[in-house]
Design a protein around this ligand. Structure first.
Ligand code: DQA
Length: 153
């Protein structure tokens, strides 16, 4: 049975979650978050693909490969959030719903984190909820892609 596919993208340094600044990002690993996101997708009968890279061009390539194949993107761009204009341009070409996701709330941190190049393209933004944000972002992306309410199975 063909299923809908959602792409979860993780930017630089998120591979270090679990040990990276746990006072800000918590102790769960990226795999823990991906597992929680995937459960939220499967509950809604969607597949979830995940890609993490420390290189902006890899993420640009992943967005290009998603065009016409993937129906929604959830992205935690890491620090690329704040200056990754080629990632912005790739996402602008995607065409489907995009949900911006952060573990912390960048707007409550250093001033350079207050700008998001992804935000103008995003149908929703989830930030400051820690790991709970992953399944919520998936739910919002699927909702945006299908027009379904949050209670949709
Ligand atoms: C982050 C916030 C960014 O400012 C930071 O560079 C990250 C993680 C978050 O999930 O809170 O790498 O996107």
């Amino acid at each position: 049975m063909p299923r809908h596919v959602l792409l979860l993208l993780s930017g630089p340094n998120l591979n270090l979650l679990g040990t990276r600044q746990p006072e800000i990002y918590g102790t769960d690993t990226l795999q823990d978050h991906v597992d929680a996101a995937r459960r939220a997708a499967i509950e809604r009968d969607w597949d979830l693909e995940h890609r993490q890279s420390n290189h902006e061009g890899d993420l640009v390539d992943a967005v290009h490969a998603a065009i016409g194949r993937v129906e929604a993107i959830v992205i935690n761009p890491g620090a690329l959030t704040h200056y990754g204009w080629s990632l912005h341009d790739a996402l602008a070409a995607f065409g489907g719903p995009i949900v911006e996701l952060h573990l912390s709330e960048p707007r409550k941190r250093e001033r350079w984190r207050h700008l998001s190049v992804v935000e103008p393209l995003a149908s929703a933004r989830v930030a400051g909820e820690g790991g709970a944000g992953y399944p919520r972002a998936v739910a919002l992306a699927i909702e945006a892609a299908t027009g379904a309410g949050s209670a949709a199975g």
